[in-house]
Design a protein around this ligand. Structure first.
Ligand code: KIV
Length: 275
C-alpha cells in the first residue's frame, strides 16, 4: 500500500472531533487551499485533511493585489465547486472581508450561506479579540469555526503591508492573547500565519485546539499552503513557501508544444481524428 493510500484510509471522514483527537495524539494535520472541483478531487484522494476555499482566490484566481474585494457570493460559488469533489476532507469556507465585521448577526448570516449554499463543513475568519463575538455567535448556530491570527491579509492596510507579526515583547503578547481569545470563543482550530517559529511553538503548546501554520515554523499541529504555491503556479511566492511541483513550467511547455504542432499541421494526426 502506498503512503498516500495509507494516510487517506486513516479516517473515513475528517471531522472537528477527529482533529481534536489528532492534536491529543500529536498527529500532524494537512491543509491546502482549493477553489474548484478538479483540484479538490485530486487533493482529497491524496489524503489532505482540510481543504480551505480561501479568500486568497482574490489573488491566485482573480489576479487582484489584495483579498479585500472578494465577495461572499464568490466564496459560496467556489465552495460549491470544491465540496462536489470531496469525499473525506473537511471543507472550510473562508469568510471574506465585510462578511462578518459589521455585527455578529451579519457574521452568522454569512456563515449560514457558506454551509447552506456552498456545502461547507466549517468556516474560517480572521482576527483575535475583535472577532471573538462573531466566532461565538457562529458557533452558537452550530457551525464550526477556524480562527486565523498573526498576519491577517484582510488587515493589510492597518498592518501597513503583509508583515511578519508577533515580533518584540508587545507583538508576542498580542498574538498570544489573540490566539487565546479565538479558542475561548469556541473555535475548533486556528491558523497561525506569518509569525516567528518559536512563538508559534509556544502558542501550539498553550492551546488545546490544533494550530495550523503558514509561515509559522514546524511546531504547529498542522500546515497549510496555498495550492498555487505548492504546485509552482504562482508568479511570486513568499520565502516560507516550498514548491512541491513546477506545474507552471509544465503548463507553459505543453501550451508551446501544442501551438507548434498546430502551426506545423502535426495536430490533429490520424490517431486523434474521427473516420
Ligand atoms: O485565504 C487563504 O488562502 C488563507 C490561507 C493562507 C490560510 O487564509
Amino acid at each position: 500500500m502506498s503512503t498516500v493510500t495509507a494516510s487517506a484510509s486513516r479516517e473515513h471522514r475528517i471531522t472537528v472531533r477527529s482533529l481534536a483527537r489528532r492534536k491529543k495524539r500529536g498527529e500532524k494535520i494537512t491543509m491546502l487551499t482549493a477553489y474548484d472541483f478538479t483540484f479538490a478531487r485530486i487533493f482529497d484522494a491524496a489524503g489532505i485533511d482540510l481543504l480551505l476555499v480561501g479568500d486568497s482566490l482574490g489573488n491566485v484566481v482573480q489576479g487582484r493585489d489584495t483579498t479585500l474585494p472578494v465577495t461572499l457570493d464568490e466564496v459560496v460559488y467556489h465552495t460549491r465547486l470544491v465540496t462536489r469533489g470531496v469525499e473525506r476532507a473537511l471543507v472550510i469556507g473562508d469568510m471574506p472581508f465585510g462578511s462578518y465585521q459589521v455585527s455578529p448577526e451579519d457574521a452568522v448570516r454569512s456563515a449560514i450561506r457558506l454551509v447552506k449554499e456552498g456545502g461547507a463543513h466549517a468556516v474560517k475568519l480572521e482576527g483575535g479579540c475583535n472577532a471573538a463575538a462573531a466566532i461565538d455567535r457562529i458557533v452558537s448556530a452550530q457551525i464550526p469555526v477556524m480562527g486565523h491570527v498573526g498576519l491577517t491579509p484582510q488587515s493589510v492596510h492597518k498592518m501597513g503591508g503583509l508583515r511578519v507579526q508577533g515580533r518584540g515583547a508587545r507583538g508576542r503578547a498580542r498574538v498570544i492573547e489573540e490566539a487565546r481569545a479565538v479558542q475561548e470563543a469556541g473555535a475548533f482550530a486556528v491558523v497561525l500565519e506569518g509569525i516567528p517559529a518559536p512563538l508559534a511553538a509556544e502558542i501550539t503548546a498553550d492551546l488545546c485546539i490544533p494550530t495550523i501554520g503558514i509561515g509559522a515554523g514546524v511546531e504547529c499541529d498542522g500546515q497549510v499552503l496555498v495550492m498555487h504555491d505548492l504546485l509552482g503556479l504562482s508568479e511570486w511566492s513568499p520565502s516560507f513557501v516550498k514548491h512541491y511541483a513546477n506545474l507552471g513550467a509544465l503548463a507553459s511547455q505543453a501550451a508551446r508544444h501544442f501551438a507548434e504542432e498546430v502551426e506545423n499541421g502535426k495536430f490533429p494526426d490520424e490517431q486523434h481524428s474521427y473516420r
